[in-house]
Design a protein around this ligand. Structure first.
Ligand code: PGA
Length: 258
């Protein structure tokens, strides 16, 4: 694995002050391991501009963006408005899909908005429990990839990140088995290869996300298919997230601390 990406999605948690405190704690760890790990944190929109100047080794990202660059869209935030404070944006997170009704078409437009505004998208894909039980995982991943990436080029995709986040594993404490993650990630890489060519499929970075903890992080980071982790709940706990960064830095070797 090249330098793994450890991304912390803070979701709708922490006020500005609390976000700044956690950012400084993560920054110290990100700096220690910056040669071997890329760390990205995703505060809520209200905190990004306050957090950004506090980090240097860690980078900041947005949890969502709207697909238009400006206009009468009350309550939305354009990629064009945050591109000076966000290196990354999460697009198509399952909470956006299932709580806010975002479709693959919306996600395609948001992915294109990120690229157009020089933000690296982290496009999330993954099956629901029902789809998994119906053996539809491969089909769902193929559909989400083929529709979600229709508005971008192979060069764009090569520089992007895709996160495999099975919906049933998010925020539930029920993390996916490493062998299931390997197989899903191979499916995603194959779908990208068919659409954009093998070179692009080899270059795109693929993450796992879903109830990752300091204890389970290593089992995914050890998989050769996995280029990093998208961490939700555990990214809000300084010691837990910093232990995940350290584990990523230690590659295949288990860290003594947690
Ligand atoms: P979780 O969230 O780690 O709390 O399951 C992951 C995510 O939503 O990206």
């Amino acid at each position: 694995m090249s330098r793994p990406l450890i991304a912390g999605n803070w979701k709708m948690h922490l006020n500005v002050q609390e976000s700044c405190t956690l950012a400084e704690q993560v920054e110290a760890q990100a700096r220690t391991y910056s040669d071997t790990v890329e760390t990205a944190i995703f505060p809520s929109f209200i905190a990004i501009s306050s957090v950004k100047p506090l980090v240097d080794s860690a980078v900041t990202g947005a949890q969502n963006v709207y697909f238009a660059d400006e206009g009468a869209f009350t309550g939305e935030v354009a990629a064009a408005q945050v591109n000076d404070m966000a290196d990354y944006a999460i697009v198509g997170h399952s909470e956006r899909r299932y709580v806010f009704g975002e479709t693959d078409e919306t996600i395609a437009r948001k992915t294109a908005a990120c690229i157009r505004n020089h933000i690296t998208p982290i496009v999330c894909v993954g099956e629901t429990l029902h789809e998994r039980e119906e053996n539809e995982t491969v089909q769902v991943l193929n559909d989400q990839i083929s529709t979600g990436l229709t508005m971008v080029t192979s060069e764009d995709v090569a520089g992007s990140v895709i996160a495999y986040e099975p919906v049933w594993a998010i925020g539930t404490g029920e993390n996916a088995q490493p062998e299931d993650v390997s197989s899903a990630i191979r499916t995603i890489r194959r779908a990208i290869g068919e659409m954009f060519g093998q070179k692009t499929a080899d270059q795109v970075r693929l993450l796992y996300g879903g109830s990752v903890s300091a204890e389970t992080a290593g089992s995914y980071l050890d998989l050769e298919e996995v280029d990093g982790l998208l961490v939700g709940g555990a990214s809000l706990k300084e010691h837990e997230f910093n232990a995940i960064i350290e584990r990523a830095a230690n590659g295949g070797e288990q860290s003594g601390e947690s």
